[in-house]
Design a protein around this ligand. Structure first.
Ligand SMILES: [Zn+2]
Length: 610
């Protein structure tokens, strides 16, 4: 993508008639100097959005969305920034040479839009049935679970009857068997097509843009399976479900907090007691999709998963991924065997509310949870426990949390502060050296190794090779700061970046590009956006930016070469590390194993060079 200067963007914003353009999307009324309309970005009853022709901005006082006309078009049409820019420029009659051949990218393809349309038709059909005579049993079942009419309406719950065929209805309306089958609403048998959901209560699942991506359906009787979901298709992906996200994004929230639950029934139950900012990941693990979703909407996360062992493990894994992405995270400790829905059905509303209010930092949660399984009389058990805690808190920078963790550990283990600090630190050396084997053994070995590590063990890495790798790495980094031209290539190869700090900064910039917050051309602004991440190594980055040679524009070939260089350096380092290990190996058995590995690594490294 070409870079368009800030000046050009400012010119377009200045010349564009913001009132006319926004009026083409919604009705605006003039009141005083400004124009007012119903905000399309949250569930708005009264006109909360103002448009200022003087300041050339729009803003909503309720959900706080705002910006220039380009941002409005981008958000309303769900397109990317250059597409919105091109649209506004065209309406305004300004030509942007850089975007002449740029095709406006719509977020959804025609095939995807067709599935949305069919799902919408299906949803209307199911909802009508729910309130008909045929839906009587379904209705009764829902009221037995305290899901009453207002929730049936707001969650758009429907019913698929044996006596009314959705497929027939859709065929009558002119849709083809292929389209119905592609949407997963019917299954083709020879010449016939039959409904996929039969005699079930239907819960539509929407995405962040308020489109129905699929359904979850509960059996009415004892039929197995109790729940079935839509088949995976173009838009329905098991790892990309966030039930109720459309409502959460459209409400005005304090702190922008979202509660993450396991099942959609938990969401409906929480809503019934007035907690509306919850989504469900529907029994799957938290994925990259969710992280991106929270990040781009600047959300804080409260994890409220099940209290069983699988639930706890899922919670810890999810918390780690969220913290790595710099998303503020707390954990609701569900120390019962019941899920939130069961607790609420059981009349424990107050308990649920207080659990949510008392959610804690993941490190504190982990310390308390894992202590339950430690044998207090067994030093091995305690040291394994501390190893795991150390591994988890490695990377947490908040000194208050670290302090709290240590104090809590002292209280639980009755060890002294210095012992705990020492043991937690040793862990971080272990994990960076990636030694496998029995954890107690690692622990002892590493204690000796940390002392040895303070002196150089073998020959140093060749400084010339090291310098070449550093330059390659910094070139890639700087080109990412400058533009999104090589964004995909860089994102794909990000693991090759060896320097942790630079890699972390680059991850931040990539996500800012993808969320549309950064458009290239302004390294200062980019660093500001990822400020939190680079706190500890800002100087290092500023030094890179001060280097005139590295700041030169890089061609695509230079970027490719840089990655080849980084790849070679990775294998060079692997060989180097193995050589050191070999030198320190004590038993002949260990030496043999390392030599075998070294042999393979050297062959790989040679292959790379060619
Ligand atoms: Zn709004």
């Amino acid at each position: 993508m070409a870079i368009i200067s800030e000046k050009k963007i400012a010119e377009i914003v200045e010349k564009a008639d913001i009132v006319t353009i926004i009026s083409s999307y919604l009705t605006l009324q003039k009141k005083g100097r400004n124009y007012w309309g119903v905000c399309p970005f949250h569930q708005d009853g009264n006109p909360s959005m103002s448009v200022s022709p003087e300041k050339k901005i729009f803003s909503c006082f309720s959900c706080h969305v705002g910006g220039t006309v380009i941002e409005f078009v981008k958000k309303f049409e769900k397109i990317n920034f250059p597409s919105a820019l091109k649209k506004v420029a065209e309406i305004t009659g300004i030509e942007i040479n850089e975007l002449k051949n740029y095709a406006i990218k719509e977020k959804y393809s025609d095939d995807e839009k067709m599935i949305f349309k069919l799902n919408e038709e299906a949803n209307n059909f199911y909802r009508t049935l729910m309130f008909s005579q045929l839906g009587k049993t379904a209705h009764e079942y829902l009221s037995s679970r305290n899901i009453l009419n207002d929730q049936i309406s707001s969650f758009e719950i429907g019913y698929s009857s044996r006596q009314a065929s959705l497929c027939e209805r859709l065929l009558e309306k002119g849709y083809s068997k292929q389209q119905i089958s592609d949407a997963g609403l019917g299954t083709v048998y020879d010449l016939e097509i039959k409904d996929y959901f039969v005699n079930r209560i239907i819960f539509p699942i929407k995405n962040e843009d308020n489109y129905i991506i699929g359904f979850s359906a509960r059996a009415l009787n004892d039929e197995k399976p109790k729940y079935i979901n839509s088949r995976e298709n173009l838009i329905f992906k098991k790892s990309q479900l966030a039930y109720n996200i459309q409502n959460v994004l459209r409400m005005h929230m304090e702190n922008n907090q979202v509660i993450v639950l396991e099942g959609f029934m938990d969401v409906i139950s929480l809503e019934s007691i007035g907690i509306k900012n919850a989504i469900a990941i529907m029994g799957t693990a938290l994925s990259e999709y969710h992280i991106k979703l929270f990040k781009s909407n600047k959300m804080e996360v409260k994890l409220f998963l099940d209290g069983d062992l699988a639930g706890i493990n899922a919670t810890i894994k999810a918390a780690k991924a969220l913290m790595r992405a710099n998303i503020k995270t707390t954990i609701v400790d569900n120390n019962t065997n019941q899920d939130p829905d069961e607790l609420i059905q059981d009349g424990q509303k107050d308990f649920v509310i207080s659990r949510i209010e008392d959610s804690t930092h993941p490190a504190i949660f982990l310390v308390k949870k894992m202590w339950e399984n430690v044998d207090n009389n067994n030093p091995d058990s305690i040291s394994q426990y501390l190893t795991k805690i150390g591994d988890f808190i490695d990377g947490i920078k908040d000194p208050v949390i670290i302090d709290k963790t240590i104090l809590l550990l002292m209280k639980l283990t009755k060890l002294t502060q210095s012992t705990i600090i020492q043991m937690l630190r040793i862990q971080s050396t272990v994990s960076s050296n990636k030694v496998n084997g029995n954890s107690k053994k690692i622990f002892v070995d590493k204690q000796e190794n940390t002392i040895k590590n303070s002196k150089p063990l073998a020959r140093e890495v060749d400084p010339i090779i090291k310098k070449a790798y550093e330059i390659a790495e910094q070139k890639v980094f700087v080109s990412l700061l400058k533009s999104s031209q090589y964004l995909d290539k860089i994102a794909q190869n990000i693991e090759l970046i060896i320097n942790n700090n630079i890699r972390s900064a680059m991850r931040g910039i990539i996500s800012e590009y993808r969320c549309g917050n950064y458009h290239g051309g302004n390294p200062e602004q980019a660093l500001k956006l990822i400020e939190d991440r680079i706190v500890d190594y800002r100087n290092q980055i500023e030094l890179i930016l001060a280097n005139k040679i590295i700041m030169l524009d890089a061609s695509e070939k230079e970027i490719d070469d840089a990655f080849i260089m980084l790849n070679q350096y990775q294998s060079y380092l692997a060989v180097h590390r193995a050589e050191i290990e070999l030198k320190n190996a004590t038993s002949s058995e260990e030496k043999m194993l390392i030599m075998q590995r070294l042999d393979i690594l050297r062959k790989m490294a040679n292959k790379m060079k060619r």
